[in-house]
Design a protein around this ligand. Structure first.
Ligand SMILES: Nc1ncnc2c1ncn2[C@@H]1O[C@H](COP(=O)(O)OP(=O)(O)OP(=O)(O)O)[C@@H](O)[C@H]1O
Length: 247
């Protein structure tokens, strides 16, 4: 996987034109790294991911992939450029087979049959359970298996930047462990991962760099080591999450 740096500068976003939820947010996510975003409920974490994917328009600011400005691209164009998004809520189509769910992920290159075959074969190699269940309805699988299908569907485009919104919410701890391992693995293979997570402990454990958002603004940022050693950063997280980060 070949990641690319994803950056946001001075990003402001408003819902319905006037309810401002992001104010001058800046973020930089590097290839080969997991960049974690944490913060209280309503801080704007999901909004950041939706904005990067092009689902919300910006009032100001710039979003770039490497040196390329993608701010004005639509979501499907960003998908073609190599951005993938796994939303927080369940998004597998329960009434479609595993194979058809994966096929939907190939929509941006739907006319390229050879690429579709190659992409889905690659997914089946990585996720044998999906190969086994290729003809089963997604809705017949467990919640954990459906989550893997959702992540797999986001991987068919061979993305450079992968946006994960609370991938382990409502998922059993054993499966959550596998999802975090997959997340780390994708970064180690070179992808740029941006992970939003309520589970501060897990997020801090697998992220190389962490951003804290509060009320739609950047509150703090630093490497995992910074958060483990800087008294002020440690306290900030411990204060509202009752958790101290150790490396
Ligand atoms: N469609 C919408 N219309 C109006 N306001 C919205 C909409 N979606 C979210 N908001 C508001 O935007 C703010 C940021 O929401 P967002 O979901 O990005 O936060 P979050 O940090 O991801 O929180 P959570 O952890 O609860 O998911 C909140 O105040 C929320 O109420």
């Amino acid at each position: 996987m070949h990641g690319v740096e994803l950056s946001m500068e001075n990003i402001s976003v408003a819902y319905n034109g006037d309810i401002t939820v992001l104010k001058d947010v800046a973020l930089r996510a590097k290839p080969g790294e997991v960049t974690g975003i944490i913060g209280p409920n309503g801080a704007g974490k999901s909004t950041v991911l939706k904005t990067i994917f092009g689902l919300l328009s910006t009032k100001s600011g710039t979003i770039s992939m490497g040196s390329r400005d993608i701010t004005s691209l639509k979501a499907f164009q960003r998908a073609l450029e190599g951005v993938s998004f796994v939303p927080q809520n369940r998004s597998a189509f329960a009434g479609l087979s595993v194979y058809d769910n994966l096929l939907l992920g190939c929509w941006p290159f739907r006319k390229d049959k050879a690429r579709i075959d190659r992409a889905i074969e690659g997914i089946f190699e990585r996720f044998p359970i999906l190969k086994e269940k290729r003809s089963s309805l997604a809705g017949s699988m467990s919640g954990g298996q459906q989550r893997f299908l959702e992540i797999a569907r986001a991987l068919v485009t061979e993305p450079k930047v992968i946006l994960l919104d609370e991938p382990t919410a409502m998922i059993a701890p054993k499966i959550s462990k596998d999802i975090y391992a997959l997340t780390r693995d994708l970064a180690d293979q070179g992808a740029t991962i941006i992970l939003v997570d309520q589970n501060v402990r897990q997020c801090a454990t697998i992220s190389d760099r962490l951003y804290i958002l509060e009320l739609g603004r950047n509150k703090a940022e630093g490497s995992r080591e910074d958060f483990a050693t800087d008294g002020q950063l440690k306290e900030m997280v411990a204060e509202w999450m009752n958790y101290k980060i150790d490396v």
